[in-house]
Structure formats: C-alpha cells, structure tokens
Design a protein around this ligand. Sequence first.
Ligand SMILES: Cc1ncc(COP(=O)(O)O)c(C=O)c1O
Length: 357
Amino acid sequence: MSALIRSDLAELSPYKAEEPINLDHPIDKLDANEVAIDLPDWFKQKLGAIAQTEILANRYPDGEYLSLKKRLAEYTGVEPEQISLGNGSDELIRSLLIATCLSSKSENGRILVAEPTFSMYGILAQGLGIPVVRVPRLVQNFRIDLDAANKAIALGTIKAVCLVHPNSPTGNLLNSEELAWVRSLPENILVVIDEAYFEFSGQTLVPELPQHPNWLILRTFSKAFRLAAYRVGYAIANLELATALEKIRLPYNLPTISYIAAELAITHHQELLANIPEIKLERDHLYGEIQNLGIEVWQSDANFLYIRTNQDQEILISLKSQGTLIRQTGGGLRLTIGTPDQNQRTLARLRNLLKAN
Ligand SMILES: Cc1ncc(COP(=O)(O)O)c(C=O)c1O
C-alpha cells in the first residue's frame, strides 16, 4: 500500500485539532480561539425556522452563493465578484495554494511564512508538495525578521507570502514597518493577509486592495461571529484572483445550512458582535493579571493571549487536570479569552500552580 502514497507525505502529521467539547463534562475550553458564548437563542430559532421551511434537503445548495456574497460585499465594501467562499478559511488557504503555487511544468512555487504563525499554511502547503520557507519573528514583539524575509524572496522562488493580521498565536498586528514592506512586495508574489480576527482588531487592509492586485484577504465566520460549527470563510481579492479561486472551488462546497447561517449572521452583525468590547476588556484585564503573576505575556489585538514560561508543559497539563484547556503552539501557550468566570478560574489555577512550585 505505502508504495501508492507520495513519499513526501510520510513526513507530514495530520492537523491535531483541539479537544472536542463534551457537554456532559463542562470544561473551560480556551484552546481554539472561539467565542466562549454560543449564539443567542433568538438567532438559533430564526435559523431553525429557516432550515425547516426553506431548505430542500434533497436538493443541492445554490452553488453560486450570490446572496451571501452580496451581503458580504456590503459588509466589506467590495464587489460581490471579488469574494469567494470556503468551507472554513482553511479550504480557501488550500485553494489559493493550488491556484498560485502548484505547477505541473517547473518546480512548485514556495510559500513564505513568519513563525510562529497559524500552522495550517505549512500543513496545507506540505500536503500539496509545496515547499515552505520559514522565517523567524523577533521575540521581543514578534515582528517579522524582514531581513530574513527579503533574503528568501531575493532567491526568486517565493510565490506567496502568507501573513496573519493580527497573528495567531502571538496576537500582534503588522506594524508600520511591516506594512510598508507588505506594500512594497512585487506583483508577481501573492500576498495573503489573513484577517481571521478582524472583528477584534478593527484593522483591515481591504481598502488598499484596489492598489494591490496581488493581495488576497481571508476572513472567517468561526471566530467573532460564533459560527465555527458551520465552517464558513471568505476570501476578498481583485476579480482575477477571486475568479481563479472560483474555478478550482469544489461544487457546492458550503452546505445550505452553513451559508444560510452566515447570511443571517451578517444581517445581524451588530447584535452578534456587540460583546466584542467586553471580550477586549477581559483580554486586557487578564493580560495585566498574568503579568502580575510574573509570567511573560504579550499584548494582543485578538481574542487570545500568548505566554511563554519555562514550565509550559507543566502549566498545560496542570490546567487541563483542573478543567481548563489551552493550546501549546509555536514555543508558547495560547489562551483564548473566555467568559469572565472562565478567565477568573484560569487565573486562580495559574496562581495555584505557581504557588505550589
Ligand atoms: C489565523 C487563522 N486563519 C484561519 C483559521 C481557520 O478558520 P476557519 O475556521 O475559517 O477554517 C484560523 C483558525 O483558528 C486562524 O487562526
């Protein structure tokens, strides 16, 4: 059998998803950057009613998804034709890699990532046989090592630069120097700007898209919109790039219920996003409290905090045994901001652990 499978896949491990939630044993699930509170009942009831009356289960979804694209166009200030929808933004990452980096003729184009960052860029590229060039971030503030990035680009094999804004797991936005660098990248390099946490940061590069036909911006409904279970992401780009994504998209990639849920969420975005100021206040409060514990923690523009200690593994295991799940990634620990109660418990559990040592 193994002779059938590409030998380069042997080195690749599957994406290790966070622990599934078990409703019988409530835990503080702070490991996947979801919003801690489920959708409001009125939203679920509306969605349920639409599902019951409007979905014909025996029929394929509306394969164009035009009504959702129109709503997203209004929300983002672009044209509907500039949008492509994905089964989560993960699917769009794979699609954009297929559209730009895979080549049957010459060597596959490489992608550049600045680590630590969202691991799916590397995983999906490797799965497609696309080489990944990894440059570091400087540890003081997780700024990208631009000299290393420029050196890699000068070799002429980088086809796509993938940036997360604000970055996960480190929580920082691209700063002015990084932004100037991004703006200076040549048009023969695809620049992916992943704005999965846009609703928390309030910072977007969408208005600059008309000046940069090589930019592609990714967003998701999985975070601030609380629709992670429904798997909806979207890409915004110039017409040519968006059309390329549409060409390689699998037919009916979004289930009908998912695009209806996303459309409803956009229609009610003000209500659904109303708790963001509170999440940000909680985040900034938790940042101060963690700092008071003497733990190295970085300020964040998203809905999580990143910490590094010399006992990460111990903290991970101890928190888990006390009922708090966090994520170990990129040489540190990433904690999603939960409800005020969950955050207090995290702090108390951290405090206990540090006292015991
Ligand atoms: C930066 C970033 N991009 C993309 C995703 C994937 O989102 P989706 O659920 O839309 O596939 C995540 C999920 O954690 C993320 O952190």
